[in-house]
Design a protein around this ligand. Structure first.
Ligand code: GDP
Length: 203
């Protein structure tokens, strides 16, 4: 049997600075959020390597919504990172406006993948984002990245703490984007539970 993921590929489509610039909402979408430096770009690139095609031509733009097509089934939407301490109030506000309007108004959105550095604490900012999304009845999974940086005991402790603190998260994955470990499993979960089941998408 051919693995479903082999029949999928990932390709950069376009960037948008606001909702008006987004592609027509004719395919389901999955948003990827995370603090700056959590490894969102690395995660998407690792996925590109495991899903047949390489992610090429990906713009280094951090303030835009970047759209990637996965096979013919759905799009991943890489959202601008949050949490740069150096950012001004106006910059934070423009980030908030873009992200909140996308999350609130994009009818094709199916769920959120929140990428975190496994060494960072779950804060009110992460919980706020999850609350925002779950209020709209959309599922959230957390991806703890940079697992290669911690030992097994630390991993177990982080998972325990996260389960105690994070409210409204349906699944937690532990991955290493740079070592390409666990990345495909996240995509498979998203495809199976958020795309295929709800849309009857065939692989
Ligand atoms: P983004 O700002 O969320 O897009 O983060 P990047 O993908 O640019 O990654 C930020 C930094 O973390 C870079 O220096 C990456 O090489 C590093 N990084 C990303 N993923 C991993 C990982 O799984 N393990 C380790 N050790 N470093 C990683």
């Amino acid at each position: 049997m051919i693995n479903e993921s082999v029949l999928r590929s990932i390709r950069f489509i376009k960037s948008a600075k606001d909702l008006k610039g987004c592609p027509a909402p004719d395919l389901p979408e999955v948003a990827i959020a995370g603090r700056s430096n959590a490894g969102k770009s690395s995660f998407i690139n690792a996925l590109g390597l495991s899903l047949v095609a390489k992610v090429s031509g990906r713009p280094g733009k951090t303030r835009l919504l970047n759209f990637f097509l996965i096979g013919d089934h759905y799009r991943l939407v890489d959202m601008p990172g949050y949490g740069y301490a150096a950012r001004s109030g106006a910059e934070v506000e423009s980030w908030r406006q873009m992200v909140e309007s996308y999350l609130a108004l994009r009818g094709s959105l199916q769920g959120l993948v929140l990428i975190m550095d496994i060494r960072r604490q779950w804060t009110a900012q992460e919980q706020e984002l999850v609350d925002w999304v779950s209020q709209r009845s959309m599922p959230v999974v957390v991806v703890l990245n940079k697992a290669d940086k911690v030992g097994n005991n630390e991993k177990a402790k982080v998972l325990r703490d996260l389960k105690a603190k994070a409210v409204g998260v349906s699944q937690v994955f532990v991955v290493s984007a740079s070592k390409r470990l666990g990345v495909t499993e996240v995509e498979e979960f998203v495809f199976k539970n958020w795309i295929k089941q709800r849309h009857g998408g065939e692989a």
